[in-house]
Ligand binder design. Structure first.
Ligand code: C2O
Ligand code: CU
Length: 442
């Protein structure tokens, strides 16, 4: 069944040893002393959750809620989070801070950066948040099952100085729920239209987050809006948009801002035609069925204002070429579908070796028929080009790069966070079928 290829099982490195290169993950923890600026406690627990439509799901939750509590912190904060496990049976759990470049020992990858936390046990994460933006958190143990069941939540890192203050700041986490009637797409636990009030003139920021593996297409109508950030990194000089398709791969986030008009504003998710949010002054309004027809918003034509020493023509110390494809046949004695990297499935996929300070380039080539949102832990990737077309003068930063069928995407990153890091498809079913590799510092 491929179970032994799941990212949290059958790992070929012992926890706490950092693998074959003698680097101890224990030395790569966040600050162990100092009073935290923010302290949270997240308890993993099973709970029957009622979606807005009345359908129930057997969810696994942090603190009994789906999504889990929104964690709001400020850039520079020392954050401490205690994870407790109250899941049934022997179900182990962790937390990964998606898009936060934490020290390796705080990364929450069971079997690599820590031992999974068993029921009745706890683990305390401590790290300083250096960069503002929309992030999220989720379990990284048997993620295809645990994230799908609800072990995720929003993590918002506020800038020290708010440059674009808003009146309403909401996290919208779009998810696919496994119910007794099949897969149901929802916004959080809401698989129906939600009506929310907003006064004309109010400034609203919506932090769209795709917590499932499949690519989602959001749309917003009723007012011109701006996409101000992608994966938590600011977009360079955003312009007012109308009628665009906002495409988010699994794990991606997009911040959208608008000023409330007199009429209703609708936020829809193409995968969840029954769900959606309507903002209106009187709390009324319905969904507009044909919202998703517009052309795709292209974040790469904007880029990011963030300064970097990385250039498309930098002298790269490492150059990785990674080809993704499907394989249907016998593998390890069983017949089935695999998602491969350079013809292999984890743990036989390439190990990307690197030295601290190296500038690296990676080319992702998708020869398969499905989308692959590639997520690199512990680092941000600068998107250099897509299908040979170079990014604008100021390339975009992402922690998860969507590579669609037939596409070739080139990224660069700096090796500035020692440890052993996962690099995998954020469609957790694909990672379970083999699409996992590691970046390892010597
Ligand atoms: Cu958001 Cu390896 O995960
Ligand atoms: Cu994939």
């Amino acid at each position: 069944s491929g179970q032994h290829h799941d990212m949290a099982h059958g790992h070929h490195m012992a926890p706490g040893t950092g693998g074959a290169h003698g680097m101890s993950v224990d030395k790569l923890r966040g600050p162990r002393s100092g009073t935290p600026d923010r302290r949270f406690s997240l308890t993993a627990q099973a709970k029957k959750v009622k979606l807005a439509s009345g359908r129930t799901v057997d969810a696994w939750t942090y603190n009994g809620r789906v999504p889990g509590p929104q964690l709001r912190v400020t850039e520079g904060d020392l954050v401490e989070i205690e994870l407790r496990n109250e899941l049934p049976g022997k179900t182990p759990v962790t937390i990964h801070w998606h898009g936060v470049d934490v020290p390796n020992g705080e990364d929450g990858v069971a079997g690599a950066t820590q031992d999974a936390v068993l029921p009745g046990k706890s683990f305390t994460y401590r790290f300083r948040v250096e960069e503002s933006g929309t992030r999220w958190y989720h379990s990284h143990q048997a993620a295809s099952e645990q994230v799908e069941r609800g072990l995720f939540g929003a993590l918002v890192i506020e800038p020290k100085k708010q440059t674009r203050p808003v009146d309403k700041d909401v996290s919208v986490l779009a998810h696919d729920w496994q119910t007794d009637k099949g897969l149901v797409s929802a916004i959080g636990a809401s698989d129906e239209l939600e009506r929310r009030r907003a006064e004309p003139g109010e400034k609203v920021r919506v932090r769209l987050t795709n917590t499932s593996g499949a690519t989602r297409e959001f749309a917003l109508d009723g007012v011109p809006y701006k996409v101000t950030a992608l994966d938590g990194t600011d977009v360079h000089k955003p312009t007012p948009l109308k009628g665009k398709k906002l495409v988010l791969g699994g794990g991606n986030r997009m911040d959208v801002e608008f000023t409330m008009p007199d009429g209703p504003v609708r936020v829809t998710d193409g995968s969840a035609p029954d769900a959606g949010i309507v903002y209106s002054p009187d709390g009324k309004g319905d969904l507009n069925a044909d919202l998703n027809g517009g052309p795709e918003f292209d974040p790469y034509s904007y880029g990011s204002p963030k300064k970097t020493e990385l250039r498309p023509d930098s002298d790269f110390d490492r150059d990785y070429k990674l080809v993704f494809d499907e394989w249907l046949g016998f593998y390890d004695g069983s017949f089935g579908l695999k998602q491969t990297i350079n013809g292999h499935v984890f743990p036989d996929t390439p190990m990307l070796m690197i030295k601290e300070g190296d500038l690296a380039r990676a080319t992702f080539i998708n020869r398969g028929s499905e989308d692959h949102p590639m997520h690199l832990h512990g680092h941000h990737m600068l998107v250099l080009s897509k299908n040979g077309k170079r990014a604008s003068g100021s390339p975009m930063w992402q922690d998860t790069v969507l590579v669609r069928p037939g596409e070739e995407v080139q990224v660069a990153f700096k090796a500035d966070n020692p440890g052993i890091w996962m690099d995998h498809c954020h469609n957790f079913w694909h990672s379970k079928l083999g699409m996992v590799m590691h970046l390892a510092y010597d």
